[in-house]
Design a protein. Structure first.
Length: 230
């Protein structure tokens, strides 16, 4: 069995079988709904039964090929992608079993007259199953388009580690700015600064001589006393 799995893994059959599952099952339920409004066209109901059988087989094949694909890419996925893959795989298993039961149920409704009244119940359960099938297909799209599962994008992208710490987070390149703080040793080894010069005292400034200072208001002195002839 392992040799068969190793032989089929490189062919990546899961997307191919998935498309068959979705197309066959949706078409089978749609034709069965249309057949309810045309009871005289019995061939529509037989067509719905046949498509449901083929869709159930495709759902089983989808689960098996998906399991092979998960084994191939599991180690290359990060923790978030692994959580999505777990939900996708769980739904794939439940859907394969559920649609297999629905196919047997549909055969019984068509083959045995006493089960004909259960056809509305079958259609309700089948519609719920189609909703779950659509959600599972959405998860598969998230794995491929968001996480690159099974593609070359996954092979080229780094895989995040579960034990990643903030120290391992890459930081922006470039030197960090440094600030130099003077230390006591550096201050002691520096040459002493010259003492500051002081201003000369006011007494040392030469004052001008009285002769060199011009008089601003010269006064006229009388030459003698008034004469007696007056």
């Amino acid at each position: 069995m392992d040799s068969v799995v190793k032989f089929l893994q490189p062919y990546q059959l899961h997307p191919v079988v998935d498309h068959f599952s979705v197309a066959l099952l949706f078409t089978a339920v749609l034709i069965d709904l249309v057949a309810g409004s045309a009871p005289n066209r019995i061939w529509l109901r037989y067509t719905a039964v046949l498509l449901m059988i083929l869709g159930a087989l495709a759902a089983g094949g989808s689960y098996l090929t998906g399991d092979m694909e998960a084994d191939r890419i599991w180690d290359a996925l990060g923790p978030p992608a692994k959580e999505v893959l777990k939900r996708h795989a769980m739904l794939g298993e439940y859907l394969a079993i559920g649609f297999g039961v629905l196919a047997v149920f549909r055969i019984g409704i068509q083959a045995f007259g006493f089960m004909a009244g259960l056809r509305p119940l079958y259609l309700i359960v089948a519609l719920v199953g189609l909703g779950a099938l659509g959600y599972s297909a959405h998860l598969g799209g998230v794995l491929v388009y968001d996480y690159g599962a099974g593609t070359a994008l996954m092979a080229s992208a780094p895989v995040p580690s579960e034990n990643a710490t903030p120290a391992t987070v890459p930081t922006s390149s470039g030197p960090l700015p440094t600030v130099s703080v003077p230390t006591p040793e550096a201050s002691a080894s520096a040459p002493p600064l010259p003492p500051p010069t002081t201003a000369a005292p006011a007494s040392s400034i030469a004052s001008p001589s009285p002769a060199s200072v011009p008089t601003t208001n010269p006064s006229v002195q009388p030459s003698g006393a008034p004469s007696a002839s007056m």
